[in-house]
Design a binder for this molecule. Structure first.
Ligand code: AMP
Length: 482
């Protein structure tokens, strides 16, 4: 499935963790409208709320609400955001706090530094500790978000200007942050020293743009220039673009899951094509985990690029044996008892003629809880498949992510509990094979020593606060599944 797939992500959500998209622009008369378009392209990174803060050089104005970008913003709302610079955000919200108070960008007006807005993709594992410290010095929080901690840090900093306060606070901040700040005078983009989450820099006419993924540039006709580097702070203002590296140097930890699942295949992430990575993962998967099958069928959409690679390498024909309904909204109301639960059928329907009597190799990017995979295997079998072989284009997912991708806690990660054979039995497949770590990294062109692979190994590149672990476990308590 894809990040915007309702059922799968509903299953997997349920914590204070964010999976988000950020977009920013400096120096364009249509700043808010272009931000709106950029966010439209980043919708897959978060669908619960969104927002834009824009400035005309004097005042920052904010519009944010629950809902999709297309639902939240209309002409009237965009007209309330005049100006030449803007930042915007799309977000998955928390389970406990599904509220507009959590929607970003955050904007503060008071304080020694005047107005500042911030939006963030990533996660700060020590936010709870930092929040307590700031509260003891008088900070009053309006959300449960880790991002607000940074804003209060800036407000309480003794630095003379916001531009000095930002690195002062972030120097002490551990975790994953691709962050954008907006003041009446400047747009600031900062990426944590490990570079967990992507952040790309582009050019549109005379204006500068920044975005989580380059697919946001394509729609507005901006050119991808380069990535904001790990540890880099880019300041864009009247004087142009200035780059500094004010954060302590750390080994790089690029999130590989961005290439496996999270980013769009038409994006360049860490300077590499996501589609190319997925295609190569599929090819390598065919070598490592061959299957005796008549058809290669992707689980749409997340399995498509890898399935094409698998088919190319194995010589088995690629067919769309599962068709996805793209119009399943979050507001869909299941009929009452009298009609059976639609489950995964609502989203995926097998092409019976194609599948009947055939041995099928089903390709997906990952198995998390295993519940969706089981339903899909059943669906294909009920459509008459002779055999269903499942192949996954990454290693078994065994540990939660503390750096901004929502995953359930360890107890619910099926591969953390069961062996590959047992998972195969659970999902009722005839065989199951995963791509190796080496194969995955090679396909993505990401060396092991500059990658974060914690969700597959449990080895985290930073310290993890015990509080964050406990809170994570509490907020990701098992959800009943049908
Ligand atoms: P399941 O079989 O229930 O573990 O679901 C597997 C599906 O969830 C796959 O199609 C994945 O593409 C999708 N998936 C993987 N990671 C995530 C995530 N963090 N959020 C939402 N869906 C995900």
């Amino acid at each position: 499935m894809t990040p915007d797939d309702v059922g799968a992500s509903e299953n997997l959500r349920g914590g204070f963790r964010d999976e988000c998209g950020v977009f920013g622009i400096y120096g364009h008369d249509d700043a808010a409208r272009l931000t709106y378009l950029g966010l439209y392209q980043l919708q897959h990174r978060g669908q619960e709320s969104c927002g834009i803060v824009a400035t005309d050089g004097n005042v920052l104005r904010q519009e944010r609400a629950m809902g999709l970008v297309s639902e939240v913003f209309d002409e009237e709302r965009l007209n309330r955001l005049p100006g030449v610079s803007a930042i915007g955000h799309t977000r998955y919200s928390t389970a406990g706090e599904v509220s507009v108070r959590e929607a970003q960008p955050f904007l503060v007006g008071a304080g020694p530094h005047g107005q500042v807005a911030v939006c963030h993709n990533g996660n700060l594992p020590f936010a709870t500790e930092d929040r307590k410290r700031l509260q003891s010095h008088g900070a009053i929080f309006t959300s449960t978000s880790d991002t607000e901690v940074v804003l209060h840090g800036i407000a309480q900093s003794g630095a003379a200007t916001v531009l000095e306060a930002i690195p002062e606070v972030l120097r002490e901040t551990e975790g994953a942050f691709s962050m954008l700040f907006l003041t009446p005078e400047a747009l600031v983009a900062v990426r944590d020293p490990r570079g967990f989450r992507p952040l790309a820099l582009g050019r549109l006419d005379g204006a500068w743009v920044v975005a989580s993924e380059t697919c946001a540039f394509d729609l507005i006709g901006a050119a991808y220039v380069r990535d904001v580097e790990p540890g880099e702070m880019v300041v864009i203002d009247e004087g142009g673009l200035r780059s500094t590296f004010p954060l302590p140097e750390r080994p790089r930890s690029f999130c590989v899951f961005e290439h496996v699942y999270f980013s769009r295949p038409d994006s360049m992430v860490y300077g590499r094509s996501v589609n190319e990575s997925r295609h190569k993962m599929g090819k390598r998967l065919a070598v490592e985990q061959p299957a005796d099958a008549d058809l290669v069928v992707p689980v749409p959409d997340s399995g498509v690029a890898a399935a094409i690679g698998y088919a190319a390498e194995s010589g088995i024909s690629f067919r769309f044996g599962l068709v996805r309904n793209h119009y399943v909204g979050r507001t869909f109301i299941e009929p009452r008892q009298s009609i059976r639960s639609f489950g995964v059928r609502l989203k995926l329907n097998p092409v019976r003629d194609l599948i009947r009597g055939r041995s099928v190799v089903l390709i997906d990017d990952s198995i998390v809880r295993g519940t969706t995979s089981k339903k899909i295997v059943r669906l294909v079998r009920e459509a008459g498949a002779r055999a269903v072989h499942v192949r996954i284009s990454c290693p078994p997912t065994v540990s939660p992510c503390y750096y901004g991708v929502d995953t359930p806690n360890k107890e619910e990660l099926i591969a953390a509990q069961l062996s590959v054979e047992e998972v195969c039995r659970f999902i009722e497949a005839d065989s199951l094979g995963y791509l190796s770590m080496e194969g995955m990294l090679q396909a993505c062109g990401l060396p092991a020593d500059t990658s974060c692979v914690a969700c597959w190994t449990g080895r985290y590149p930073t310290r993890i606060s015990p509080r964050a672990e406990t809170q994570y476990a509490r907020e990701h308590e098992p959800v009943p599944s049908d």
